[in-house]
Ligand binder design. Structure first.
Ligand code: ATP
Length: 420
């Protein structure tokens, strides 16, 4: 999922939006370690770890556990030292949650209130960092919705921006699918309704997310009644969604994660917020089956499959999945963006609206988990450095998040894939 070399920057933040940020502290000077970051490393758990991942393995003895605890403490101390003292005066850094392409995310506690938060520290001096940060901030300052991660405060230095965010402790969407032991179409609709509510809200504000995928959907808390939150607005942009119907075709930058990219984006045609709805179709397919509708080691073949709209409902658990669920996916994975469901229409689709009334009791958990594990072991045998997770595995295979293709690659790219 990491943004590799060759990225083109997203649009800079737009002015004129009212900020929901409670306070902004602009620091005049800052300490900076400027440590070069060679690769993205995530330390949090993933659904894969229920099978073979290191993060979930039980300690073989207490000495090893103590060693691990010590290592974790060292890491926290290291991260704490990287934070500007004015930030640590306000927030106590408790644990490292993960790292993104331009960011480190830590769990913190507000010293005065003892309330927990996440701080996403972004390197604005890194190439591309300023733009990603500006996009994310522009969007986060504008939004306030139960299913969208909430920005609480922004602290900044010349080198870094510290976004204080509400803390999501419930794990990623697929973690929950795997760990609950029971997963039905009703559960899938429950999750998708929350995502659709968020996406409908964003599109209504004229915001296109452009990187919707299961890893960017986090549960607020571990309980069964938790809200699901859309996160990671680094590629989000204003435009393409002005009328919330996907008829504002003003976006052009090719970006996102290849497996989730809509055909019009693959073709580098002007696109709209309908690209988010395609990504939701991919997410729905994954959530119901544990497999990807479009997947290939070769980026060329992957894009061709996307352009052909070539996916199938073969193999487990598809025979057990209801026709309305498949119909829902088909209306999102519609090659013609104008024919694709909008968020508003998707939430009214009979499968979603009835919460899969006709098929809610079938337990799909076993097949989904099996497919996820099989995919993970296939990926890790091809690229042993993979730490697991759908996108992380993809990333190791060289198919992580893209910001854009170079302008001069544009026509060659279109010729290469537009052969269907
Ligand atoms: N508010 C939050 N609460 C809990 N965990 C979070 C929060 N925000 C981000 N994370 C986690 O922190 C990690 C890093 O997230 P971040 O958004 O910085 O990068 P990313 O999306 O993983 O990578 P990239 O920047 O390449 O897209 C992820 O594992 C993410 O799930």
């Amino acid at each position: 999922m990491g943004c590799g070399a060759g990225k083109v920057l997203p649009e800079a933040s737009k002015k004129g939006y009212v900020s929901v940020v409670q306070s902004i502290v602009a620091f005049s000077k800052a300490q900076d370690d400027d440590e070069p970051r060679k690769h993205k490393e995530k330390t949090k758990s993933s659904w894969l770890a229920t099978g073979s991942g290191a993060h979930h393995q039980p300690p073989s003895n207490t000495r090893q556990q103590a060693l691990r605890d010590g290592q974790q403490q060292d890491k926290v101390a290291k991260y704490r030292a990287k934070f500007d003292p004015r930030v640590t005066a306000r927030y106590d850094v408790k644990a490292l949650i993960g790292r993104g392409s331009f960011s480190r995310v830590v769990r913190v506690e507000h010293r005065a209130t003892r309330r927990p938060f996440a701080i996403k520290m972004m390197e604005v001096k890194a190439p591309g960092g300023r733009e990603v940060c500006a996009s994310e901030l522009a969007v986060l300052r504008r939004v306030s919705h139960a299913n969208v991660i909430q920005l609480v405060e922004v602290l900044q230095t010349p080198q870094r921006v510290y976004m204080v965010l509400e803390l999501a402790t419930g794990g990623e969407l697929l973690d929950r699918v795997v760990t609950t032991g029971r997963f039905t179409e009703r559960d899938a609709t429950r999750a998708l309704r929350m995502v659709l509510a968020a996406v409908g809200y964003l599109h209504g504000l004229g915001i296109t997310h452009r990187d919707l995928k299961p890893e960017n959907l986090l549960y607020y808390h571990p309980g069964a009644d938790s809200r699901l939150l859309v996160t990671d607005f680094g590629l989000a942009t204003f435009g393409g969604a002005g009328r919330a119907k996907g008829d504002d075709w003003s976006l052009r930058t090719t970006c996102g994660t290849p497996e989730y990219m809509a055909p019009e984006m693959v073709l580098r045609r002007p696109y709209s917020c309908a690209v988010d709805m395609w990504a939701l179709g991919v997410i729905a397919y994954i959530v119901l089956s544990g497999s990807m509708p479009f997947e290939d080691d070769s980026r060329t073949r992957l894009y061709r499959a996307i352009l052909r709209g070539k996916y199938s409902f073969r193999g487990d658990p598809w025979p057990s999945v209801s026709s309305p669920a498949k119909d829902f996916i088909q209306h999102l994975l519609a090659s013609d963006p104008a024919a694709r469901l909008t968020a508003e229409q998707a939430i009214r689709h009979p499968w979603v609206a009835t919460m899969a009334a006709g098929s809610s009791m079938r337990n799909l958990h076993r097949s989904i988990s099996q497919n996820l594990r099989q995919r993970a072991s296939r990926t890790s045998s091809r690229c042993p450095s993979s730490t697991g997770g759908l996108s992380r595995a993809s990333s190791s295979a060289g198919r992580g998040r893209l910001m854009s293709l170079d302008r001069n690659q544009e026509s060659a790219h279109r010729d290469q894939y537009n052969d269907t």
